[in-house]
Design a protein around this ligand. Structure first.
Ligand SMILES: [Zn+2]
Length: 247
């Protein structure tokens, strides 16, 4: 999940990096970064251990976002690396929550930090196999999503919710949460069930985001036509293989 107030920060950060490209003094830095990127892709190609390096956020309407995730049966070193990478991606894109589906993985797991910054590491939480119960009250607030860039809308959710889950250390966690924390947990748990916040918008809200979603659909289709994305069958096959590994 991504709150709207970070959108402006997001935009100014992007403009800054565009300006930096025109600054001759930065050319060497850019070359150095490119070398690192090439080296990383080399390492990624030759080592399964570095699977996590290839983990990236996927955008609507990628089919994995509609996949219903299965509970994890084991947490191994590779999954820990993936979780670390998920936190990195979440901060990089100014988000406060990121679910496994959003990085093209079929696991019932998400990471959050309602403070949205790596310096506030004490607010980082990993939820494995979360189950929500005892919803209380109703609250409406605006939401955004890292997989649906620049789209925002008001969503009604339970004001309070009880969450049962496992931590990364394998401990069972049970908590009654409210406010932003309750909202983020509900938004991310929705992802694990293949549901997006835009599905929960009012008819007026749906109309407001219609064009932006249509643009993302066109963009996705263009990538498919350029063979930059696998087809539905290849995606389903990969998800099934990943499920067999850990669920
Ligand atoms: Zn989301």
């Amino acid at each position: 999940m991504v709150p709207r107030e970070t959108r402006h920060f997001d935009r100014s950060a992007r403009l800054y990096s565009q300006n930096a490209c025109f600054n001759g003094a930065n050319t060497r830095i850019i070359h150095a970064l490119l070398s690192v990127a090439i080296f990383r892709s080399f390492v990624n190609y030759y080592s399964c251990k570095d699977f996590a390096l290839g983990v990236q956020i996927i955008n609507y309407p990628h089919p994995t976002l509609r996949h219903v995730s299965k509970p994890l049966k084991r947490v191994d070193a590779e999954l820990r690396s993936i979780i670390h990478k998920m936190f990195e991606l979440m901060y990089e894109h100014q988000g406060i929550g990121l679910a496994a589906n959003q990085v093209d993985l079929p696991y019932r797991m998400f990471v959050i930090n309602p403070q949205g910054k790596p310096e506030a590491a004490e607010s980082e939480q990993v939820f494995i196999n979360p189950v929500l119960s005892q919803p209380k009250g109703r609250a409406e607030a605006e939401e955004g999503c890292l997989s649906i860039p620049n789209v925002y809308g008001n969503v009604v959710r339970a004001e309070k919710i009880t969450v049962n889950a496992y931590s990364l250390e394998g401990e069972e966690v049970r908590a009654e949460v409210d406010g932003l924390l309750a909202r983020v947990i509900q938004h991310e748990t929705d992802h694990l069930d293949g549901r997006l916040f835009v599905d929960r918008l009012s008819p007026t809200g749906q109309m407001t985001v219609h064009d932006a979603l249509a643009e993302l659909e066109i963009e996705f289709q263009s990538k498919r036509e350029r063979n930059e994305l696998p087809d539905d069958q290849q995606i389903a096959q990969r998800l099934q293989e990943l499920e067999q590994l850990r669920t």
